[in-house]
Design a protein around this ligand. Sequence first.
Ligand code: ATP
Length: 296
Amino acid sequence: MTHPIIEVRDLHKRYPGVNAVNGIDFAVPPGICFGLLGPNGAGKTTTIEMMEGITKPTSGEIFYKGELQGARFRQEAGIQFQSTALQDFLTVRENLKFFSSLYPKSLPLEELIEICRLQEYLDRDASKLSGGQRQRMLLALALVNDPDVVFLDEPTTGLDPQARLNFWELVNNIKARHKTVLLTTHYMEEAYNLCDEIVIMDHGKIIAHGSPDTLLATHFQDVIIELPERDFPEASKIIPHRYLDKVTGTVEIITQDVNATLELLIQHGASLAGLQVRPRTLEDLFLELTGKELRA
Ligand SMILES: Nc1ncnc2c1ncn2[C@@H]1O[C@H](COP(=O)(O)OP(=O)(O)OP(=O)(O)O)[C@@H](O)[C@H]1O
């Protein structure tokens, strides 16, 4: 029987006045990208830091390959830190060399450079890198020991959309090498694109767990029709709707029967030129489960 690569059982972390993580259980099969999602303060970072062995749980257990997390885990795990003590005083190449020298077994530098697309920046001071380039270097540092499991805590927060897409490609490269990736994010779109399995956290608890598509299929049998408010005539207020975005003035209509809804809109004289039909997303799921917007 293959053990989960990581399993947490009844994990708690209490800080004075707050239960940051409040009794969570899950098992991560090897070779997948597993995502911890949730809004600010949900407990994602605390959870991943306990799994990384950086934060001590108040109670609960963490297993690595079927054994209590210990020395083997430290050899075989890679953690992407948001900064390191030395990095800004060294070039990218020097950073890679220094970190490689810390491990008895390390990936050849050329391979790291290739995986993380660092060719163009090798001799640049790390302090001069853009946000996306810096994340790529920090990812390479997490991979120096050729880890079996890689931890990425909000790796794309603050990156522009292009840099985020580039980073997703690197994560897919790591997955293609049969590594397990543990990722926290508050971008539901990122989780949808990268993760085979997710848990959604809120207030230190797990509120949903499964593959993104299974979760969506289980919770939703409907789609959303989006229509600019200006094209939404008074008369069609008979259609139940909700506002998506008061700034852009887009109205959302949730429907299981697109044809019937379109007919009703046409009957009431709505212009359909700006209409879009979109499937339900993980953002919708979060709203459905908690009654609040993810990034409110
Ligand atoms: N060292 C600490 N001391 C006291 N409280 C803490 C500490 N670390 C986290 N917390 C609290 O625990 C809760 C969970 O924080 P955590 O950083 O794990 O959430 P998160 O989901 O990662 O949020 P974010 O997306 O903002 O990083 C928050 O209420 C936070 O203020």
